[in-house]
Unconditional design. Structure first.
Length: 187
C-alpha cells in the first residue's frame, strides 16, 4: 500500500515552479488572451465564459494573422467557428483593445526602431515601465445585477405567465403547418 503524505510539499513545489516560470518569461503574462464564448446546451447558453482560442475570422477582423497572434500571447483555435455576428464583433473588439494595451518588445533589444510587419515596437520608456500581469489576461467582467422596484399594476395581476408561454409554444408548434397551408392556397 502506498500512502501520499507529501501533499503539502507538492503544493509548495508547484507554487515555486509557477513563480520560476513567471520570472523566466517576465514581463510577458503567464496566461494567453482568450475569447468570450457562450456555454453549450440550451440550459447554459445565456452564460458566457472564456474559450479555448480566437477564430481565424476574429483575428482577420482585428487585423492579425494567426502566426503573429500566437507570438504576442493570443490563443488561436482554428477549429472553432463563429455562429453569430455579435460574438464575432465582440471578440474582434476584445482583440483590438488588447492590441492597444500591448507593449511589443524589440527583438534586437535597442527599442523602438524596427517594425514587425505593420506593428512598430514600443518605445524604450514603455519597455522599461512594463509589468507582468498575474491571473487571466483581460478577465470577464460580469455586469452588476440591479434590482428594479416597480408598482404592481392590475394588468400585471391579470396576466398569466404560464398561459402566455403555453400559447407561444403552441404557436411555434403549428407554424410549419400554417405555412404549408398558405403555400397550398397560393398555388
Amino acid at each position: 500500500m502506498k500512502v501520499n503524505l507529501n501533499q503539502a510539499m507538492k503544493k509548495k513545489t508547484r507554487r515555486l515552479k509557477r513563480a520560476a516560470k513567471a520570472a523566466a518569461i517576465a514581463p510577458r503574462p503567464l496566461q494567453k488572451l482568450r475569447p468570450i464564448v457562450h456555454c453549450p446546451t440550451q440550459k447554459y447558453s445565456a452564460k458566457t465564459r472564456l474559450g479555448r482560442g480566437f477564430t481565424l475570422e476574429e483575428l482577420k477582423e482585428a487585423g492579425l494573422s494567426a502566426g503573429f497572434a500566437r507570438t504576442i500571447g493570443i490563443a488561436v483555435d482554428p477549429r472553432r467557428t463563429n455562429r453569430s455576428v455579435e460574438s464575432l464583433n465582440r471578440n474582434a473588439e476584445r482583440l483590438r483593445e488588447y492590441k492597444s494595451k500591448l507593449i511589443l518588445f524589440p527583438k534586437n533589444g535597442n527599442g523602438g526602431d524596427s517594425e514587425a510587419g505593420t506593428w512598430a515596437d514600443s518605445s524604450k520608456e514603455d519597455c522599461e515601465n512594463a509589468t507582468q500581469l498575474s491571473g487571466s489576461v483581460m478577465p470577464l467582467t460580469k455586469p452588476e445585477k440591479k434590482i428594479e422596484i416597480v408598482e404592481i399594476t392590475d394588468e400585471m395581476r391579470n396576466t398569466s405567465a404560464f398561459t402566455t408561454m403555453r400559447v407561444a409554444r403552441k404557436e411555434t408548434r403549428v407554424e410549419g403547418h400554417r405555412m404549408s397551408v398558405k403555400n397550398r392556397k397560393k398555388d
